[in-house]
Design a binder for this molecule. Structure first.
Ligand SMILES: [Zn+2]
Length: 240
């Protein structure tokens, strides 16, 4: 029998993993992996529209993420429902992430690079700076700590064991990369699926054509030294 392989993508907001890793995750699903998402916030601040309430936006964003998950073939999506823009990196959120890791028992965890705070210019636009969202950094850092050492150690959150959740060692931790090329994955075969999953996040785009152009240009950037057309890039940590 083939060994079970599972991937867990941890994002701060609905759409984070779809933007940065969904081509790779869709490819893993096609190769027989089980795939899961964990979304840390409710995404309730991600709107420029003045009339929408936090509650209504959170509901919409959850529905959009569920639709994207169906397109990608995710097995399940977990939501922590922290308030958007206020995600802490503290023992509570670490315990919540460890809990999901102990339920899903992933081989690979993918999250956002916690060391990336800002860049003064980007590879695709030298004149524009980029500040990484506070929730992205918090989600990445809390997830890194949850992967190592917390989910592995029996004595971290021992209440989990009483609930039947055993410690779990994650084999690999991948950080999604906005700019750096480290571990490049060919997503040419799943690029359409990625675009379709992204298009499910309707509340986030006034002009999806523009978004599409940007996603294409990023995917080309990551693939520009490769023989394939579209790529996603990660910083890959193979853990002992
Ligand atoms: Zn985000």
């Amino acid at each position: 029998m083939k060994k079970r392989r599972a991937v867990l993508g941890v994002g701060a907001h609905p759409d984070d993993m779809d933007f940065t890793a969904s081509g790779t995750i869709a490819k893993m699903v096609e190769e027989g992996w089980e795939a899961y998402y964990l979304i840390c916030t409710d995404g309730s601040r991600g709107s420029r529209h003045h009339r929408i309430t936090h509650k209504a936006l959170a509901k919409t964003r959850l529905e959009e993420q569920e639709a994207a998950g169906r397109i990608l073939g995710l097995k399940d999506i977990f939501y922590l429902d922290h308030r958007d823009t206020q995600l802490p990196c503290n023992p509570l959120i670490k315990a919540q992430i460890v809990r999901v890791i102990r339920i899903v028992r992933p081989t690979v965890v993918i999250t956002m690079d916690p060391t990336f705070h800002y860049s003064a210019s980007s590879p695709w636009n030298k004149n524009v700076a980029f500040v990484n969202h506070t929730d992205h950094r918090a989600a990445g850092l809390a997830t890194m700590d949850a992967v190592f050492p917390l989910s592995r150690d029996r004595l971290s959150f021992p209440e989990h064991e009483q609930q039947g959740l055993m410690p779990h060692k994650v084999d690999e931790l991948w950080f999604t990369s906005f700019e750096r090329k480290d571990y490049v994955v060919d997503i040419t075969s799943t690029f359409e699926k990625k675009m379709k999953a992204l298009s499910a996040h309707k509340s986030q785009f006034d002009d999806f054509v523009k978004v599409k152009e940007e996603v294409i240009s990023h995917a080309h950037h990551f693939a520009d030294e490769e023989e394939f057309e579209f790529a996603e890039s990660f910083i890959r940590l193979v853990l002992d």
